[in-house]
Each structure stands twice: as structure tokens, then as C-alpha cells.
Design a protein around this ligand. Sequence first.
Ligand code: NAD
Length: 480
Amino acid sequence: MSVIACGHHIAGRWETTGSREIRRANPAATAETVSVAPEGTADDARRAVDGAVAAAESWRRVIAPERGKIVLRAARILEDRLEEVAALLTREQGKLLVEARAEVRRAIDIMEYSAGLGRRLGGQTLPAEVPGVFCFTQRQPAGPMALLTPWNFPVAIPCWKIAPALVCGDTVVLKPSPLTPALSVRVVEIFLEAGLPPGVLGLVHGGAEVGTALVDDRRIAGISFTGSTKVGMAIHAAASRRMARTQLEMGGKNPQVVLADADLGPAVEACISAAFGSTGQRCTATSRAIVEKSVAHEFTDRLAERAAALRVGRGDEPDVDMGPVVDENRLAEVDAFVERAREGGASIVVGGGRPKSLDGGHFYEATLVKARPEHEIAREEVFGPVLSVIEAEDFDRALAIANSVDYGLCASVFTRDVGRALRFVDRIEAGMIHVNRPGLGGFAHFPFGGLKHSSFGAREVGEDTLAFFTDLKSVYINQA
Ligand code: NAD
């Protein structure tokens, strides 16, 4: 297959050359180069911001329903190209083709939803405190914005930031993960083809140098970031020094609590799909099964049987249940977590290494670890196909263990008891909660985000994201 030559998109022009280069290999077949991109510099970031600033005034004058129509057109183009983009997603990022299709579909759904916001970008009219004054609130573009995105959802996450930002009237510069340059080029191409004027959407490839330059650029009004908690915190600290706003979606250590009265069959299946889907490389992945003691043995046995049966392999091959880890660094990190767990006294029930029969890619076995709440593997984000099973005496203890980590993205509970389900919803420290279903993200029109060290700032997706991408004015008109 041919190597995809990627470019920056700066001030309306594609630029494919640079002094340094990013080469991206297929994670399932590392001998195959998928894409080559120039590695951006701080100067490239500055020039992209120049473009976004120059385009800002004319873009904010395009009326909001019209901006929404461009985003809707982009959604239709992406829909037409769904199979092609999904195939590239499998090739460059590694996920299963079925997962890739679902990700592209999610991007389309969110773009459709965001397009509609162009007709609802209103404020409020409220009663006056004194006679003869008409008062209302009004939203206006806050941009230019920097969008910094990770590699695990390299189509959906850029789309769910770009679409609302554009509808709100902001110009944007996207800096995607250096692990997925070709996918970000496809995303930008699709928005441009839909009719965006030059400079409204910029793209600069690269890593921390480009990211830092965007965060530090005083002309960038806000940074919408998705990635690790460590980087998110550093970005927030830097942005706050110049009073720039941040919207941060970060790591997770998401629990699935299984109570003794639960229907264990669906609870096991939910755990398998939420822990090992996308090779566990989802911020929303379930990485802790916290199980009430009286059913822990049976639940773990059933889980182990299912995890051991998962077939690992290339995402474009049929009958494969789990694709590769994204690159050699993440693979080494996952393996190091498991090794430290072993040394620290946790027991590896299933997996715990690279599959013997597979080479040529960054494959890792679906891994089940029996851990205690204090083990590192039960507290820190592994971001790979590793699930810790933890026993809890009763419901209250399960809840306490679930809440004992720094993260609070999503959570699920399996129980037939409505009262305990509602108590869980009330007490769990998580932003997205599921009852008797896999504890993943949510629907395309629902706020997405968490509590504690998982998220910061206005929620993404749903109407709440308007609070990030717009400024709000309160207006008082004397009618006398
Ligand atoms: P990462 O933090 O390493 O990188 C994220 C982005 O920030 C990339 O574009 C990266 O190049 C850039 N970056 C890195 N250092 C930077 C710096 N110093 N200044 C500015 N930008 C910088 O994360 P990743 O490995 O790409 O993604 C995996 C992480 O993302 C996991 O922790 C996962 O939980 C998280 N994630 C969270 C959500 C969510 O919605 N909460 C969704 C997906 C992924």
C-alpha cells in the first residue's frame, strides 16, 4: 500500500515539507509505513495562528445557521467516505474495522448535532429589575482556539471539537497526535471540501513543541485538550498564567461495580467489551471490576474464561476480537505496569504478555489481574488491555474503593436493586454513569466528561460545550 504524504494546513495552504519528519507505521504490521508528515515547529504553530487570526473577523460575520450548514455538509462528506476513512483508521491507529466504522459514525452524529446548534445559538431574555429596560444575553465567538487531540479517537475527537468551535464562529488550529497524521489530514480535508474559507481551520503536525507554542500564544483564546492528565495539568498551568480558558478531557480509571444480586451473564459481557474493546485504549475503558465478595469467585472465573478466548490480531482480519496497542512505547508501558503488579503481589489470572503466535505488530494479550485496591495497577491508568478485579465486602466498600482513585470519568453498576442503583448514581464520583450496561461514554448529544482529575472546564459535546467556545454578554437597553 502506498505511503500517505501528509501536510500542515497553514493560512489556507498545504505544506508538505519540513526540516524534520514524522513516520508512522501500521501498529499491526510495523514493516509497513502508513504515513509521513513534516514535524512542525513553534514557528509553524505561530504561522497557523497568524492564519486563524486573519480569518477570524470574516468568519464571525458568517451567520451561525450558515456556519452550521457547512458543518452539516462536512458530515455528509464524511458519511460518503466512511469506509475509506474507517480503513485508514484501522491501518494508522490499529483498531478493529468494526470499531473504526463506529468511531467515524460517532463523528458524523456529533457533527450533525453540532450543525443544529447554529440555529440555537441564542441567549436569554430576562425580566428587568427596574422599569423601562429590556435585557438579554448574547453569545459571540471567543476564538481563535487551539485544539490538541490524542491518538485513540483520531477522527471522532477532532471532529467533536472542530464542529462546535466552527458553529460558534471560532477559527481553530488543530494539533493532532503525531501517531495519527494521515487521519487528521482526512478530517481537515473534509471540512475544507464542505466550504470553509482559508485560515478558518489550520492543522500543524508535531508534538509538545507545537502544542506548547499554541498554548503560550497570547492570540489563542482557549485550549480544548484531550489527552493524559499529566499533560492536561501542565497545559492548564501554562494557560492560566495568561488567563486563557481550558477545556480538558483527561485520563480515567473507570470502575464497573458488580453487586451480589446482579445478573452475572450481562455483567461479564459488559466488562469484556468495556475493558478490551479498542484494546482498552479508551479514556472510558473499564479498568477495574469491583465485585461483591459472595459472587467474586464465580464472576472472576467467567470473566477469565471469556478474556482467555479473545482472539488478538490485525484489525482488518475477520474473527479478530482485539487489535494491537498503538506503538512500541505504549506496549512497553503496559508490560511494565503488569510486571510491577506481579512483583507487588497481584496475581495475573489471564494473559500478561505478548501473544506467542503473533509477531510483526504491537500485540498484547487481554490481561486479567486479581488486585487489591492499593495496588498501582488498580489505581493508575494503564491505557491498554488490562483489567483489575478487586473484591469488596459489600456495597458501601465497593463504592468506597470505586471513589478511592484520583480519576472520575465514568462508572457502571450492575444490580437488580433500584434503590442501590440510585444510591450509586448519587454517591459515585464520576461524570458519566451507567446502570446495568457497559460503563463507556455516551450518546452523541449528551455532555461528555468527568470529575476530579479526569476533566476540567466546560463539558464537551452537547450544549454545554457552547460555554467554552463562546463569550457571553449581558445587555441592558434603556427603552425610555
Ligand atoms: P498525551 O497527553 O500524550 O497527548 C495528547 C495531545 O497533547 C497530543 O496531541 C500531544 O502531542 C499533545 N501534547 C503532548 N505534550 C504536550 C505539551 N507539553 N504541551 C502541549 N501539548 C502537548 O495523550 P495521548 O497519549 O495522545 O492520549 C492518551 C490519553 O488521552 C489517555 O490518558 C486517555 O485517557 C486520554 N483521553 C481522554 C479522553 C477524555 O475524553 N477524557 C478521551 C480520549 C483520550
